[in-house]
Ligand binder design. Structure first.
Ligand SMILES: [Zn+2]
Length: 180
């Protein structure tokens, strides 16, 4: 009889536990959001706080590693002779640190946001796309030629959701060795 693969069992158990904790965390986050959406949105949309390289390298906490140029310049001005910080953390990234990462690096807890056109409000689309309502407006009117199309931006927080595990599991299952 083949010995059980304890390392594999431990890894699988840890993943099951991470999934259960993430379910519970999303429940509680949505409870908090329902009770006071303004408060939770303020927390979630708070500033990205710059962090050092050690925190940026943490194995499960999700990091912003694409700080905008203005933030990078501000940090360099504040600390001209020190370590230059190029990454930052937000509340959601910290929360994701509790429940591990999928093999492709995604966390288990997501925040859902409305996607808005600055002129037309909530739209179906992805941030950075051109607003469908801007594209669809009547091109016959004379003054429409001077109206620019708007890119969709992140709107208000709508709540929290579990990241779909099936989309972020790297298929690491190789073929069985085939021993009889
Ligand atoms: Zn629009």
């Amino acid at each position: 009889m083949e010995a059980p693969d304890f390392a594999k069992l431990i890894t699988e158990s840890a993943e099951i536990l991470n999934e259960a904790i993430a379910d519970r965390m999303v429940e509680v986050l949505n409870e908090a959001y329902r009770l006071d959406p303004e408060c939770i949105a303020q927390l979630m949309d708070g500033p990205i706080v710059p962090c050092n390289a050690e925190l940026a390298d943490h194995s499960t906490i999700q990091i912003w590693d694409h700080l905008d140029l203005a933030t990078l310049e501000r940090l360099a001005d504040q600390n001209p002779d020190g370590e230059s910080k190029t990454a930052g953390v937000r509340v959601l990234g910290l929360l994701n640190g509790f429940t591990g990462k999928y093999p492709d690096g995604y966390g288990r807890i997501a925040a859902s946001y409305e996607v808005d056109c600055p002129v037309h409000g909530s739209q179906d689309g992805i941030v950075g796309d051109i607003c469908p309502a801007c594209i669809a407006r009547n091109p016959q009117k004379d003054d429409e030629d001077t109206v620019e199309d708007h890119e969709l931006i992140l709107g208000k927080l709508l709540g929290f959701a579990r990241v779909d595990a099936s989309k972020h599991q790297v298929s690491a299952q190789g073929p069985d060795s085939g021993n009889p």
